[in-house]
Design a protein around this ligand. Structure first.
Ligand SMILES: Cc1cc2nc3c(=O)[nH]c(=O)nc-3n(C[C@H](O)[C@H](O)[C@H](O)COP(=O)(O)O)c2cc1C
Length: 368
C-alpha cells in the first residue's frame, strides 16, 4: 500500500489537503508509553505554516485529535498498544485557488501523473493526497516515536544544511542532545546563525522574484546501539530511504559522505576504528553510522535533498489535457518559497518512526 510504511510499527497515512482532514493510524506501538502532549504540540508547531514571512500564510492549528489507541492514567495520555488513530482537521483550505489544474497540470506537481494513475478521480484540490499537508500526521507519528526513542537514550535531530548555494556548518562528529535541542528551538534551525541569515535572504529573494528555492536537510540520530539492521534489502539505509522518499519534494537521500564518497580515495573515505569510551568508535563518520546496512553505534547521519517549491508566481508553460493545446499557467494561492525549511521536522519525524520500527523488531541485537 503506497501510503503505508513500517514492519512492526506501521503507519497508514490518510486524507487530502482540502478534504475534512488528514490523519494517521499507527499500529504496533508499545503499550504503556506516555505521550507528553505539550512536547508533541511543540514538535508539530515546528512544521506548522503561517508562522513567519518565510512560509505559506495558510493558517492551520494542526490540533491532533486522538480517536483510538490511548488511555488516560493520572492525567497522562498513555499508549494502549492497540491501533492509534489521530485525526487533524483541515481549517484554512481555499479550493478556488486550485480550480482547473486537473485540465491544465502544474509543472513540478503531481496533477498530471495523478490524473493518469487515478483516471481523473483523484481529489487534487490543494494537491490532495500529494500535498505537504500530509506531513502533519507524519509529524504526529514522528513526535510520538521521538518521545519513545528518547526514553531508550536515542535522540533524533535535524537542521537546515543548505538553501540554494548557502550552506550551514555540518553536524559535528559527535552531536550532543543539548545541540539538537538548541537547534530545534530556533525559528530557523541552523547551527551557524550567520549562515541562517544568509539563507533567509536567499529565500526572500526567491520569493520576491516570484520564484522558489531548494535546500538540504541534514539529520542525525545519537545513542543508537550497534548491530541494528540487516544487509541487502532490509538495511538501515533501505528502510530510511523508503520512508524519506515518502516526503513530498524529497529528491535525494544520502548517508554519511554520500555522493561525495565517490570522489574520494579509500584511504580518505574509510573511517579508522578506535576503542574508546568503553566501545568501538570511529575517528570520522563518512560511513554515516551504517556499514553493511547495520548500525555501528556512531551517530546516524543522513541528508535529504528537497527540490524548490513547484508552485511559483511566475507564468509557466503547460498543456490542456482535454485536447493537448499549449496554455500559459498562472498559479495563485499561498506557497512556501522554500519547502526545505518546513521539511526539517518532517525528516526528523520520518527518521524517528523508522528507527523506532527497527528497534521494536530487533530485540535480539548481539545474539547470534
Ligand atoms: C512541508 C511541505 C510543505 C510543502 N508545501 C508546498 C507548497 O506550499 N507549495 C507547493 O507547490 N509545494 C509544496 N510542497 C511540495 C509538494 O507537495 C510536492 O513537490 C508535490 O506534491 C509533488 O511531489 P514530488 O515533489 O514528491 O514529486 C510541500 C512539501 C512539504 C514536505
Amino acid at each position: 500500500m503506497s501510503s503505508d510504511c513500517g514492519h512492526t510499527v506501521r503507519l497508514s497515512i490518510f486524507g487530502e489537503s482540502h478534504g475534512p482532514g488528514v490523519g494517521v493510524v499507527i499500529q504496533g506501538l508499545p503499550p504503556g508509553e506516555k505521550i507528553d502532549l505539550e512536547d508533541l504540540y511543540a514538535f508539530l508547531a515546528r512544521r506548522r505554516p503561517g508562522q513567519n514571512r518565510l512560509t505559506t500564510t495558510r493558517k492551520e492549528s494542526d490540533k491532533p485529535v486522538f480517536l483510538s489507541g490511548v488511555t488516560e492514567s493520572g492525567g497522562a495520555v498513555i499508549t494502549c498498544g492497540t491501533p492509534l488513530c489521530v485525526f487533524i482537521e483541515n481549517q484554512d483550505a481555499r479550493s478556488g485557488d486550485y480550480a482547473g489544474f486537473t485540465e491544465v497540470p502544474r509543472p513540478g506537481h503531481a496533477d498530471y501523473t495523478a490524473a493518469v494513475r487515478y483516471r481523473g478521480f483523484a481529489d487534487m484540490r490543494g494537491s490532495g493526497h500529494f500535498s505537504g499537508r500530509l506531513t502533519a500526521p507524519v509529524c504526529v507519528a514522528g513526535g510520538i516515536a521521538k518521545q519513545i526513542l528518547s526514553r531508550k537514550g536515542i535522540q533524533v535531530g535535524a537542521h537546515l544544511y543548505s538553501v540554494g548555494p548557502v550552506q550551514d556548518a555540518p553536524f559535528p562528529l559527535m552531536p550532543t542532545a543539548e545541540l539538537l535541542n538548541a537547534v530545534a528551538a530556533k525559528s530557523l534551525p541552523v547551527l551557524n546563525d550567520s549562515a541562517g541569515e544568509e539563507m533567509e535572504r536567499e529565500i526572500l529573494a526567491a520569493s520576491d522574484a516570484g520564484d522558489s528555492v531548494g535546500g538540504i536537510v541534514e539529520c542525525t540520530a545519537i545513542g543508537l546501539p550497534p548491530g541494528l539492521g540487516s544487509p541487502m534489502f532490509d538495511g538501515v539505509e533501505n528502510r530510511l530511504s523508503t520512508a524519506l522518499f515518502g516526503i513530498p519534494a524529497v529528491r535525494g537521500v544520502e548517508f554519511g559522505a554520500g555522493f561525495a564518497a565517490a570522489a574520494m580515495r579509500g584511504s580518505q573515505n574509510n573511517d579508522p576504528f578506535v576503542f574508546q569510551n568503553d566501545r568501538v568508535e570511529t575517528t570520522a563518520n563518512n560511513h554515516g553510522g551504517i556499514l553493511g546496512g547495520i548500525t555501528t553505534g556512531m551517530p546516524l547521519l543522513l541528508r535529504a535533498a528537497i527540490k524548490p517549491t513547484p508552485s511559483i508566481a511566475q507564468a509557466q508553460q503547460s498543456v490542456n489535457l482535454t485536447d493537448g493545446h499549449s496554455e500559459t499557467l498562472h498559479i495563485a494561492g499561498r506557497h512556501d518559497p522554500c519547502v526545505a525549511l518546513r521539511a526539517v521536522p518532517v525528516v526528523e519525524a520520518m527518521t524517528a518512526v523508522v528507527l523506532l520500527d527497527m528497534m521494536m523488531e530487533e530485540t535480539d541485537i548481539g545474539d547470534q
